[in-house]
Design a protein around this ligand. Sequence first.
Ligand code: HEC
Ligand code: HEC
Length: 321
Amino acid sequence: MRKALKILLIIIVIIIILAGTAASYIALRSIPKYDVQKIDVKVELTPQRIQTGTKLASMLCRTCHYSEDTKKFTGRELTEAPQFGKIYTANITQDTIAGIGKWTDGDLIYFIRTGLKPDGQYVPFYMPKLIHISDEDLYSIVAFLRSDNSWVKADNTRQSESKPSFLTKFLVTIGAAKPFAYPKAPLMGPDTTSQVKWGQYIALYQLECYACHSKDFAKNDYYNPEKSPGFFAGGNKMFTQEGKMINSLNITNDKTTGISSWTEEQFVKAVKSGIVPTGEQTLRYPMIPYSNLSDEEVKAIYAYLQTVPPITNKVERKFDQ
Ligand code: HEC
Ligand code: HEC
């Protein structure tokens, strides 16, 4: 009996030592590097691409990389994700030292798709990756970054280095967060003659509305968006820039908990200006007003959402918790 107890005690001590070693290993370790692939492309800067790229960057990159101080994409502290560490978005202006002036077009494309910088450094979930966006849209974003738009003019403001939290390092160490695979085949844009296909492209592959509007960032199926749990039924918890918790909302056509009563016109107004039919308040960050989308684009999203299976999920509109 006493012998059994002794063995049990020894086992417990060993487990504690192992767990302690694992925890300090994770705490000391930095986010790992991975092998990178060189992508050989040279994006031709056409006025059309720069225009499209500016529009896309205003919706996909500006919220995180724009600084109110410099009025440029010099980066800022990402205060809305405190659990992931003290994270700073990078300076992505054309400066060759503080910014991305030395990155090749291929480096940018590979990074935006996979999350891997040219030196193999991995940037986990606090920077979303565009794994499905069409090659042409991605080239347009690169064209914008190379353009003479004042947002990306070389600025030597140095951005602080991110300090990922234990949680972030843990998730990366156990492989719960890892780089995305670079697409094997060229990615085409949508057939815009089909309103539903066009809307599906915008909502899933280009602006990724589903990523916030499904149940949980951690449970989303990024490779097959439609298989994400609670697809478009909201309840995903996120933070305002002040660090207050806010829910994404159910935008399926569910009769009682979704937006089935909204007309197309009301939907367009809400998405473009943040004003919802009940009217008492405008939609709050991180839901940004998509004012640069054309009415046709938002109507296409509306048409696509009509085809998404309704899910009953009551989500509270809230600010605090
Ligand atoms: C949710 C916030 C967020 C959004 C949206 C976002 N980024 Fe980032 N980005 C980050 C963070 C955070 C980092 C820096 C992470 C680190 O290295 O610690 C980063 C880093 C980068 C880098 C690496 C720069 C360097 O020198 O290391 C590039 C390039 C970049 N982002 C481009 C983009 C582009 C282009 C878009 C739009 C398509 C975009 N980002 C959208 C958060 C974001
Ligand atoms: C970064 C996360 C995020 C993304 C991306 C996002 N949303 Fe939202 N959305 C939210 C949050 C959070 C709310 C709730 C805002 C509030 O309560 O004030 C919201 C609210 C809404 C509402 C209001 C619903 C209601 O019942 O009032 C609609 C409609 C909507 N989003 C549509 C979209 C569409 C369409 C897209 C893509 C073009 C999109 N959202 C992309 C986070 C996001």
